[in-house]
Design a protein around this ligand. Structure first.
Ligand SMILES: [Zn+2]
Length: 369
């Protein structure tokens, strides 16, 4: 039997309030004695997830039917009470399961293991109405969890989760709707080329670099991995991740504060083409773009994605395609235009200038339409 492809339910989109933006705040759970309690909840979550996975897979295999979020919710009614998790959490698991299944276009997703070497990192999703917040306490199912209130919880909480990192530490993540800040920008517009060697290059020549300390840590990580020191490697890995996140947050905030309109290249395909897919994630390209978008809104600015095809090979002065191209051109940093003789000291700055121009042109075209 040919399975019917899952149709994405056309959710009735609520008109977005242009003055509001969603941001996820993350807080560490303070008390180590809470950990067994959270671990237990996470096991229940895994149980529901695996049930959804099996049931959904069987329905496809045996009946060619793709179960929807609502089908799964109907099938799991009452499971929360039985398993000691909130019914809202069970609903959130069903929702997430269906979202992921659509995203990965798979009939079956990964099993969530509660123990053993392939143990899944703990995760307990919830909707806003499942928790109460009181200062530095978050109450879930009648039990208060103390958190390190590293920054105030502001805005309306929409949803959230408890989640665990590779070292077993628990966090609370809260997706909050926050208001735009009233903000004056110093500079009107900027184009940004996201790349590998440096994380980002701006059209005004600013370089945002993957700091060398990452490289030092990465060397350390390599050493630990080669020596098969798993625990140490995990620790370094987490450290790199946190440092990188902090760094990207700081840098994108600076950009959003300084520039009113940000044009950023839509790089997703670029490095895959050059057989370099892994590195593009190393440079955290997707993360930077998402941060830029959200922070622009937060600071009353705009961020647009611009088709960056040919931004590298086009001369930003005369607009002729005279730049280094192809795989052999990847190593060329500096070049002169054979048409207008402009000298480009940095290939990526030239690309960023083109992205700025492409962005301006497409905005103008959109306004004219
Ligand atoms: Zn030129």
């Amino acid at each position: 039997m040919i399975a019917v492809k899952p149709k994405r339910k056309m959710a009735k989109k609520k008109p977005k309030d242009p003055d509001k933006v969603t941001s996820t705040l993350r807080y560490r759970v303070k008390d180590a004695s809470e950990l067994p309690r959270l671990d237990k909840l996470a096991r229940s979550v895994n149980y529901v997830w695996n049930y959804c996975n099996e049931t959904s897979f069987n329905a496809v295999r045996n009946h060619g039917k793709w179960l929807s979020e609502f089908d799964l919710q109907a099938l799991t009614t009452g499971a929360g009470k039985e398993l000691g998790i909130s019914s809202v959490t069970v609903q959130a698991i069903c929702k997430e399961y269906v979202t992921r299944r659509l995203q990965f276009k798979k009939r079956k997703l990964r099993w969530r293991a509660s123990s053993g070497s392939k143990k899944s990192l703990g995760w307990i999703p919830f909707k806003a109405n499942a928790i109460q917040i009181n200062g530095d306490r978050i109450t879930y199912l009648g039990h208060p969890y103390k958190i390190w209130l590293s920054r105030p919880i502001n805005g309306k909480v929409l949803s959230g989760s408890f989640s665990q990192d590779a070292q077993g530490r628990w966090y609370v993540n809260l997706a909050c709707e926050v208001a735009r800040l009233d903000h004056r920008h110093q500079v009107e517009e900027v184009g940004i080329d996201l790349g590998l060697k440096t994380s980002a290059v701006l059209s005004d020549g600013t370089l945002i670099e993957n700091r060398s300390e990452f490289r030092k840590l990465e060397e350390k990580l390599g050493k630990a991995q080669r020596a098969k020191k798993k625990k140490q490697a995990k620790k370094i890995h987490a450290k790199i991740k946190n440092k990188r996140r902090d760094f990207l947050h700081q840098e994108t905030t600076k950009i959003a504060k300084k520039y009113h309109t940000v044009f950023v290249g839509d790089v997703s395909g670029k490095f895959v083409q050059s057989g370099n897919g892994k590195s593009s994630t190393d440079a955290s390209i997707g993360v930077i773009r998402d941060l830029l978008k959200y922070k622009a809104i937060r600071h009353s600015g705009y961020c647009y994605e611009v088709n960056e095809n040919s931004s590298t090979v086009t001369c930003s002065v005369c607009h002729n395609k005279t730049g280094p191209s192809g795989l052999s051109g990847l190593g060329v940093r500096e070049w002169s235009c054979s048409e207008c003789h402009a000298h480009h000291d940095d290939r990526d700055v030239n690309a960023a200038k083109n992205i700025l121009r492409f962005g301006r042109e497409s905005l103008r075209a959109a306004k004219a339409a």
